[in-house]
Design a protein around this ligand. Structure first.
Ligand code: 5GP
Length: 173
C-alpha cells in the first residue's frame, strides 16, 4: 500500500533553517571544537547538512539506539545498538537528533553524555513536537516546532521508507 505525503516543510525552508542554525552554532562555539554526535539513522541527513554549515572545527561521531518495549512510543529505556568511537572526556558535545517527541530518548542520552565526562552537552533537533513532551527536555537549537503529526523525510522514516525525501512531509495513510 502506498501512502500520500503532504508537504509540511519544503526543501528550501529546511535548507534555509539549517543554514541559520549553522551560523548560530558557529558563533556560540567560537574558539571551540564541536564533538557532533549524530543519532542514527534519523538524524543522518540533518547532521551532515548542519555540519557543512558550521565554520568551527567539527568532529563527527555516530550512535545508534533503540527503545525497549513493544509500544510505538519510546519507553525511555534505551538500548545502545552502536556506541561512540571515542571517549567524551572534556569534549563540547553537540547531540544532533531528528525530532524530539516525548523527550525520553534524549533525556537518557544527554545524561549519558554528561556521565561520560563531556565538558558540556547541547542538543540540536531539526524538529520538535512540544505537545507530546513527557520528560522536560529542551533543545538548545531547534529547526522547527511542528504539530503532533507523524512526519517523514530528511532522514525520518515510515517503516524504513521515505528517509531520502528532501523535504518534511506528513504521512496520510
Ligand atoms: P522520544 O524519545 O522523544 O519520544 O522519541 C524520539 C524518536 O521517536 C525520534 O528520534 C524518532 O525516531 C521517533 N519519532 C517521533 N516522532 C516521529 C515522527 O513524527 N516521525 C518519525 N518518522 N519518527 C518519529
Amino acid at each position: 500500500m502506498s501512502e500520500q505525503i503532504e508537504v509540511l516543510l519544503s526543501e528550501e525552508e529546511v535548507d534555509a533553517r539549517i543554514r541559520q542554525l549553522g551560523e548560530q552554532i558557529s558563533k556560540d562555539y567560537a574558539g571551540k571544537d564541536i564533538y557532533l554526535i549524530c543519532i542514527l539513522k534519523g538524524a543522518s541527513f540533518f547532521a551532515c547538512e548542519l555540519a557543512k554549515r558550521i565554520t568551527v572545527p567539527v568532529f563527527l561521531d555516530f550512535m545508534s539506539v533503540s527503545s525497549y518495549g513493544k509500544s510505538s512510543e519510546s519507553s525511555g529505556v534505551v538500548k545502545i545498538v552502536k556506541d561512540l568511537d571515542e571517549p567524551l572526556q572534556g569534549k563540547h558535545v553537540l547531540l544532533v537528533e531528528d525530532i524530539v517527541d516525548t523527550g525520553r530518548t534524549l533525556d537518557y542520552l544527554m545524561k549519558l553524555m554528561k556521565d561520560r565526562g563531556a565538558e558540556d552537552v547541547k542538543l540540536c533537533a531539526l524538529l520538535d513536537k512540544p505537545d507530546r513532551r513527557v520528560v522536560d527536555v529542551r533543545a538548545d537549537y531547534t529547526g522547527f516546532p511542528i504539530p503532533d503529526e507523524f512526519v517523514v523525510g530528511y532522514g525520518l522514516d515510515y517503516a524504513q521508507k521515505y528517509r531520502n525525501l528532501p523535504y518534511i512531509g506528513i504521512v496520510k495513510v
